[in-house]
Design a protein around this ligand. Structure first.
Ligand code: VTB
Ligand code: MG
Ligand code: MG
Length: 363
C-alpha cells in the first residue's frame, strides 16, 4: 500500500455518514452511558436500560437524517424500545441511515456496578447493516492478523463448525504464538460448558465472562488487548455491532442465528413453541427455515462502506473506562469511536456542569 500523499488524504472521511455523523454518534453513546451511570449499582437493570434508551433516543432524534433501527434489542411492544424498525432522526436532509444499537450492553453489569457495561451504536448507509431479529448468534471473532494469514493460506480458514483446536491453531500461527499463549473469551453459560472444556483441552486460556461479549470481540482486533478470540452464542445485535467495529479494524466475525431455546437446550416442545412464535416475524426480515442456518460473515453482517461505530464505557471493562461522576454534576466519559476511513478515536470527554464552581480536573 502506498503511503497517503498528504495529511489531508489520511484524514479524509469515508462518506457522508462518517463526515457528518461521526462526532454526533459519539454524543449519542456518551449521553446513554452517562444516563446509565447515574443508575449504576442500584440493582435495577430495567430502569438502567430505560434511561439509556431514552437518552439515546433524544440525542438521536436531534440528528438530521432518516434513520431506521435495523437490529437492536426487542421489537415493538417488547423492550423499553429503540425497537427494530423504529425510525429516528429529524427526517431532514439526504442521509438515509441504518442503525444497530445496544443502549446498555450489559444491563446486569451496570445494575451490579461490575465491569464491562457500555452504551454502543453503529450506523451505515441504507442496507449497510444486517436487518434481523433479537435472538442469539453463535459467534467466532478474530483479529486482522488472522485475516491476513487466511489470505496467504487459503486452505486454513477459521470455521464456525471446526473443532476449537483447528481454529486456535490458525490464530496461533497468525499471531506467532503457541496455542497455550492464546486467550479466548466466552460467556459463562450452561450452554457453553462443553465448549469451555473443549477450549481448555487445547491448552488455551479462557476468560469466562458473566455478560458482554461485544467489546471482547472488538478487542480481538486490537493488539495488546490480551484477547485473541471470542466464541459462543450471545446476542445477535451484539454480533452485528461487533461486525461493524471489526470491519473498520480489519478483523473477522463469523456468526449464525440461533433461537434461544435451541442454544439453551430447550425441549422439543419449547423449541416448537418458539419457532411458532418467532418464525413468521423472522420471515418478514427474510429469514426462513432454509437460510436461518447460513453462516454470516463480517461482510454479510456489516456490508456498509460508510460505517461508523461508537461505544462509551458505563463501568470500566475491556478497552474502556467507565463514566466518572465528579460531583457538581460534572461527568467524564471514555469512548471508542471509529469510521470506515480507518479513523479510530479513543476519547476522554469531560462535561463541565458548573463553570463557576468546578475547576477542570487533570486526573
Ligand atoms: C448476550 C450477550 C450480551 O447478554 O446477549 C447476553 O451477547 C444474554 O445472554 O453481551 P443470555 O440470554 O444467555 O443471558 C449480554 O451478555 C449482555 O447484554
Ligand atoms: Mg446487550
Ligand atoms: Mg442492552
Amino acid at each position: 500500500m502506498p503511503h497517503p500523499k498528504t495529511a489531508e488524504d489520511m484524514i479524509k472521511c469515508a462518506g457522508p455518514i462518517e463526515c457528518n455523523l461521526l462526532p454526533r454518534l459519539l454524543h449519542v453513546t456518551e449521553a446513554a452511558a452517562i444516563a446509565a451511570s447515574y443508575q449504576m449499582g442500584r440493582g435495577d437493570k430495567n430502569y438502567s436500560d430505560q434511561v439509556s434508551v431514552e437518552a439515546m433516543r433524544r440525542t438521536l432524534n436531534d440528528l438530521d437524517m432518516k434513520g431506521v433501527i435495523k437490529i437492536g434489542e426487542g421489537e415493538r411492544d417488547e423492550a423499553p424500545m429503540l425497537f427494530i424498525g423504529e425510525e429516528v432522526g429529524t427526517g431532514k436532509g439526504d442521509l438515509e441511515v441504518d442503525i444497530a444499537v445496544d443502549p446498555l450492553e450489559g444491563t446486569n453489569l451496570a445494575a451490579d456496578g461490575t465491569p464491562g457495561a457500555i452504551s454502543v451504536m453503529a450506523m451505515a448507509e441504507r442496507d449497510g447493516l444486517f436487518h434481523g431479529p433479537d435472538i442469539y448468534m453463535d459467534k467466532i471473532v478474530v483479529g486482522s492478523e488472522v485475516v491476513k494469514y487466511e489470505k496467504e493460506h487459503p486452505d486454513e480458514m477459521i470455521d464456525l463448525d471446526a473443532p476449537v483446536i483447528k481454529n486456535l491453531e490458525i490464530v496461533a500461527k497468525a499471531l506467532n504464538r503457541t496455542v497455550d499463549e492464546l486467550v479466548v473469551v466466552i460467556l459463562d453459560r450452561k450452554r457453553h460448558e462443553k465448549k469451555i472444556k473443549e477450549i481448555r483441552s487445547t491448552g488455551a486460556r479462557v476468560n469466562v465472562i458473566s455478560d458482554g461479549d461485544l467489546m471482547p470481540g472488538v478487542a480481538t482486533a486490537i493488539r495488546g488487548s490480551g484477547i485473541h478470540m471470542v466464541l459462543g452464542s450471545g446476542g445477535s445485535g451484539e454480533a452485528v455491532l461487533t461486525a461493524a467495529a471489526i470491519k473498520i479494524l480489519g478483523g473477522k466475525i463469523l456468526a449464525r442465528l440461533v433461537l434461544p431455546t435451541v442454544a439453551n437446550g430447550g425441549t422439543p416442545e419449547e423449541i416448537a413453541k418458539e419457532k411458532e412464535e418467532k418464525m413468521p416475524r423472522l420471515a418478514k426480515m427474510g429469514i426462513t427455515e432454509d437460510n436461518i442456518n447460513d453462516v454470516l460473515d463480517t461482510e454479510r453482517l456489516a456490508p456498509g462502506k460508510d460505517i461508523i461505530f461508537s461505544a462509551t464505557g458505563v463501568t470500566t471493562g475491556f478497552l474502556l473506562k467507565g463514566v466518572s461522576l465528579f460531583g457538581d454534576g460534572d461527568a467524564r466519559a471514555n469512548s471508542l469511536t471509529m469510521g470506515s476511513s480507518g479513523v479510530v478515536k479513543f476519547t476522554d470527554t469531560i462535561y463541565i456542569h458548573d463553570k463557576e464552581r468546578t475547576p477542570l480536573r487533570f486526573v
